[in-house]
Design a protein around this ligand. Sequence first.
Ligand code: CP
Ligand code: NVA
Length: 318
Amino acid sequence: MAEATMEEMIASLKGRDFLALDDYTPEELLYLIDLAIDLKKKQKAGEVYQPLKGKTLGMIFEKSSTRTRVSFEVGMYQLGGHALFLSKNDLQLGRGEPVWDTAQVMSRYLDGIMIRTFEHRRIIELARGATIPVINGLTDLEHPCQVMADYQTVLEHKGRLKGLKIAYIGDGNNMVHSLMMGAAKLGMHISVASPEGYMPNAEVHRASKENAARTGGSVYVCQDPKEAIADADVVYTDVWASMGFEEEQQEREKAFRNFQVNEDLVKYAKKDYLFLHCLPAHRGEEVSEGVIDGPNSIIFDQAENRLHAQKAIMAALM
Ligand code: CP
Ligand code: NVA
């Protein structure tokens, strides 16, 4: 990219929300991934880099979290700023204060808001009401920060993204939606296998296909794990019952019976495939112990990169 264009792009990121990958161009996503790799190097070298000195991030959690909570809080600290953990039980939001009012009020105190919530429309409403950047820390529809870390990790291990094949086996949930859109934007090929009744959102499928047509990537959805995983460079799975769907656990265990990523299934992937999982994982359900704890698994590099990927997003937007 030409120098002026690059500068313009960096300037255009300031003040933006990070709600869904579809809101970003392939160039912007690649820039954020490169920035994450650069910030990781700085951190490992012990270099102090504090562009967010004096800034505060509010972190609203309407669902549980280990990685998102800790990585955003530590990331903000490392960038020189401060993060506030705001559980829904402690906020008036949890007692029915409108999202709009919450967004307006928080914008008077904070420099950014990270939120983990249920319906995606809640985050859209929050972003509409806020005058500061709003970052998606997971909704029922998308988990974009996770996917930035995921593709950073793949790039670090494979040296490229374009042209790689990623197979996602399992629930058509928030994870796969962001993975599909990210793969499409980055020129990767993604094949998804989900059981009937648990397929990815049709609109996300359509929109990601449209993006893939522009980047030379592809998006394919089927119901056969063997077909999806054939010759894959990256194999990804996630829990069968996401947060908010716990009461469906038993019926889901039946529906997903043939969708476990295990030693038999990964034989169909490339020999040097990488195994990824956003975590938390249920060993013996969506993935066998042998695969998740095996030599191809890079789940803890992946988890670490949440820190670096989100630092890049915060540094660029805030
Ligand atoms: N992967 C992920 O978002 O983990 P947490 O639910 O622990 O934040
Ligand atoms: N799909 C999972 C991801 C957790 C990080 C969930 O929404 O619970």
